[in-house]
Design a protein around this ligand. Structure first.
Ligand code: ZN
Length: 242
């Protein structure tokens, strides 16, 4: 069984379509949130994601802001401008869909959370200490998170007090054995200085995790962002991957 695990699409349809083509056939899709925000194609991305087979989809902080569930004042000035644009742009139907989402779910004995199991909307799991603490907030072997836009893997074995951090190597497979918190990276706005779209394929029967990076047409997205009048810094960062 192959499950597509992907996160932080951020209204980047070109990256999303490239990922879906590269993923090939999959039996289910787990989306870890932030379908919208920053990018030029919010309606197209929500529509495309909703059409995926056996979808489990989480709400991210940008999705929550897009429907007014969290204050835009928790975002910086440029992100606020982009969220205001999004408020205007997003269809009523797609806003209604985002309202149905939760930031944390358990599916097939895997915990899914946008930010972290402890604080699914807000917390960024960027260091070993906070990752170690978060192992106390879920009961399954595996927890998949997004939000940082950085592919990372934290393992907690019984003999260790602190989780071990690994940065997975792109386009290689690995096996999840210990209790693990893993982040597949971001489809539409990577922040690890690699502009390629990131995602993973997970086989729950054997615990196989295959993390992939794939180039997409960044300049096509930048052109659409410019014609939408979105902030220049958000346009530029896509080609640099941060
Ligand atoms: Zn995000």
């Amino acid at each position: 069984m192959q499950i597509l695990v992907f996160s932080d699409i951020h209204a980047n349809l070109t990256a999303l379509e490239t990922v879906l083509d590269d993923a090939g056939d999959f039996d289910a899709a787990w989306c870890l949130g932030d379908l919208v925000g920053y990018g030029p194609d919010p309606n197209e991305c929500v529509h495309r994601i909703r059409s995926l087979p056996h979808l489990t989809c989480l709400m991210g902080n940008h999705d929550a802001a897009a429907i007014g569930q969290i204050s835009i004042h928790s975002f910086n000035a440029e992100a606020r401008r982009s969220i205001e644009w999004l408020h205007e742009e997003l269809s009523v139907e797609n806003k209604d869909y985002l309202r149905t989402l939760q930031p944390r779910e358990t599916v097939q004995e895997v915990t899914l959370a946008h930010g972290s199991p402890r604080s699914p909307i807000y917390e960024y799991l960027l260091d070993v200490n906070s990752a170690t603490q978060n192992f106390g907030y879920f009961n399954t072997d595996f927890c998949f998170v997004g939000h940082t836009h950085i592919p990372m893997l934290y393992e907690l074995t019984e003999d260790r007090r602190l989780a071990r951090l690994t940065i997975p190597r792109a386009n290689t497979g690995m096996k999840l054995t210990a209790r693990t918190i893993v982040n597949p990276g971001s489809v539409g706005q990577p922040r690890d200085h690699d502009p390629r779209a990131a995602f993973a394929l997970f086989d729950p029967e054997v615990g196989a995790w295959e993390y992939r990076r794939i180039p997409y047409d960044v300049s096509a997205v930048q052109t659409r962002m410019r014609s939408a009048g979105l902030p220049e810094r958000h346009i530029k960062r896509l080609e640099l991957g941060w």
